[in-house]
Design a protein around this ligand. Structure first.
Ligand SMILES: Nc1ncnc2c1ncn2[C@@H]1O[C@H](COP(=O)(O)OP(=O)(O)O)[C@@H](O)[C@H]1O
Ligand SMILES: [Mg+2]
Length: 206
């Protein structure tokens, strides 16, 4: 029997694999055409390695992060790897997640990405989806919304963040080599981060 958290991670992997070409095409515009390929490789390894019966959300996220770290490569491997591992620390020992838990997990994931990648909001990275998503999530959660309702707001903000990345110049990662020419293209990492949040939201709605 597959645990809920195992199923959720598998679902995220399916979304990434379904969007492999899309993410790679976005990275072709402003990078080196490997973001979808990188992430799909990582989630294939995750699917192969993760114990289906693990119910500890923290333990599952930690293993997911370690696997992504060792298989994805590029800039996004260490960044996503760290994000999952840091979120996993917050969820250690938990088999259920509240809105407050998820808010803290997202915050820890963002802090991990920032510590590792030294980027801030507005540099055309995954943070331009994740930071507004976290802000919107907390606004709802602090007003008493449940996890799915807060995630709905987070996903809307993440999508706006992806749109925003089209309007700005990249100053971190490979896309920064393009300078002004990176304007007009949406960031691949912001896109995969948004797809991830949407998959979690949709999974929790079932
Ligand atoms: N310093 C950073 N902080 C946060 N995200 C970053 C950073 N550098 C790159 N990224 C994200 O990584 C994505 C590119 O991932 P990927 O193509 O897999 O790696 P690479 O750029 O090494 O080929 C970008 O779209 C961006 O969202
Ligand atoms: Mg790339």
């Amino acid at each position: 029997m597959s645990s809920r958290i195992h199923e959720c991670i598998v679902r995220i992997g399916e979304t990434i694999k379904d969007n492999k070409d899309f993410l790679t095409d976005l990275d072709r515009e402003i990078g080196d055409a490997d973001h979808g390929v990188n992430m799909a490789r990582g989630f294939t390894a995750v699917e192969d390695k993760l114990p289906a019966d693990e119910t500890d959300i923290g333990a599952m996220l930690k293993k997911t992060g370690m696997t992504l770290l060792s298989t994805v490569g590029g800039a996004s491997g260490p960044l996503y790897g760290t994000a999952y591992m840091e979120a996993g620390k917050i969820a250690a020992g938990k088999t259920e997640i509240t809105a407050a838990d998820f808010g803290a997990m997202l915050e820890a994931a963002i802090a991990g990405i920032q510590k590792r990648g030294k980027a801030v909001k507005g540099e055309k990275t995954m943070l331009d989806a994740l930071i507004p998503a976290h802000d919107a999530f907390m606004e709802k959660a602090n007003a008493g919304a449940d996890l799915v309702t807060a995630l709905d707001a987070a996903c809307a903000a993440a999508n706006e963040g992806v749109e925003f990345t089209k309007t700005i110049r990249a100053t971190k990662g490979r896309a920064s080599y393009l300078g002004e020419r990176s304007i007009g293209h949406q960031d691949p990492g912001a896109t995969s981060a948004t797809l991830t949040l949407e998959t979690i939201r949709d999974f929790l709605k079932e």
